[in-house]
Design a binder for this molecule. Structure first.
Ligand code: UDP
Ligand code: MG
Length: 323
């Protein structure tokens, strides 16, 4: 019997969890030869999500849980789930039923065909604001240009992975995790299954526009130093332009003498260079910020309650860089 762990990060999902378990179990019960376990991650929910998870775990043997001491974000939730998984395969799935359980049999099929990873891909962006879709598309375009990973538009975290791939994902122990990129970076044989976007029925999305923007910047800086090169390029370009301008002005002055007006030129140059300098410092700052956070090597999450026995080795892994 193969075992599959379903990792479900939950933040304020009390309304949907019973339904999630019922709907998902209906599907998994019909799959022969695989034993499914759930690992619910309560990511410091403010509602009674944890009580519902406890109810489920009391009722069903295949429900495990980890409850964080506060909200650490979905990335930390997924990481904790993977870290504590023991199954031959792991499925990562949202709690809000936007990831249709009906895809699970297709995922298992893909695994049996010999793929290491079978991932869901949203084919439309129904129920999403147009401006958000537009930014999202540009994000994929820019990231793929700037990094050496190829992010697939519409790819979501909903996927099944072999243990081998899970270990590879865990071996990237950076604390600022950008899973979309990490899943691509580790490689392995991957199959995509398209699905229609499902709107959230209850609860609401935790993403704000600003949150997504920050996520996009983090994604680019985590996988590429191209912005730093761009700054070098700017510097080079401006130096060449400045040098040319100096030569021209020098010749003009020697031939025609000093012409006093120059207010606009001076002001433009000062403002332009000031802007470029600020921008460049900003880009450097992004990277320094990342280095700062990484060197602290803080744990990615703090567990408050769990019914999973954590062995020391695993615990150690939660404190990367040997801390
Ligand atoms: N989530 C989480 N921690 C957070 C935010 C979200 O564990 O800080 C979970 C959430 O409960 C859900 C999944 O991550 O199961 C996706 O969140 P959401 O539905 O808000 O994102 P969207 O579907 O809009 O991308
Ligand atoms: Mg959702």
């Amino acid at each position: 019997m193969n075992t599959v762990d379903i990792v479900v990060p939950c933040y304020n999902e009390s309304e949907v969890l019973h339904l999630f378990y019922d709907e998902t179990s209906k599907v998994t019960d019909s799959i022969d030869g695989y034993l499914f376990n759930y690992i619910f991650i309560d990511d410091g929910s403010r509602d009674n999500t944890f009580d519902i998870i406890l109810e489920l775990s009391n009722k069903y043997d295949n429900v495990k849980y980890i409850s964080f001491s506060r909200n650490f974000g979905k990335e930390a939730g997924m990481y904790a789930g993977l870290l504590h998984s023991t199954g031959d395969y792991v499925i990562i799935m949202d709690a809000d039923l936007q990831h249709p359980p009906s895809l699970i049999p297709h995922m298992i099929e893909g695994i049996e065909e010999g793929y290491d990873c079978v991932a869901a891909q949203r084919t439309n962006r129904k129920g999403e604001a147009r401006i958000r879709s537009m930014f999202s598309r540009s994000f994929y375009h820019i990231t793929n240009k700037l990094t050496n990973i190829n992010l697939v538009s519409g790819a979501v975290d909903y996927r099944i992975m072999s243990r081998q791939m899970v270990l590879a994902v865990l071996s990237l122990c950076e604390s600022q995790r950008f899973s979309k990129g990490i899943f691509e970076w580790v490689g392995f044989k991957k199959k995509w299954i398209p699905y229609e976007n499902v709107q959230r029925t209850v609860g609401k999305t935790k993403w704000s526009f600003w949150g997504l923007f920050k996520y996009a910047i983090d994604g680019i800086t985590a996988f590429s130093v191209a912005p730093l090169r761009m700054v070098t390029g700017f510097g080079f370009f401006i130096s060449v332009a400045a040098f040319t301008y100096i030569i021209i002005t020098l010749i003009q002055t020697l031939i025609f003498g000093i012409s006093v007006p120059g207010y606009v030129t001076t002001l433009s140059a000062v403002l332009f260079l000031g802007g470029i300098t600020e921008f460049s410092i900003g880009v450097l700052g992004e990277y320094i910020g990342h280095i700062y956070i990484e060197t602290k090597a803080r744990p990615l999450f703090i567990i408050h309650h769990t019914n999973i026995t954590v062995d020391n080795e695993q615990n150690h892994k939660n404190y990367p860089a040997g801390h």
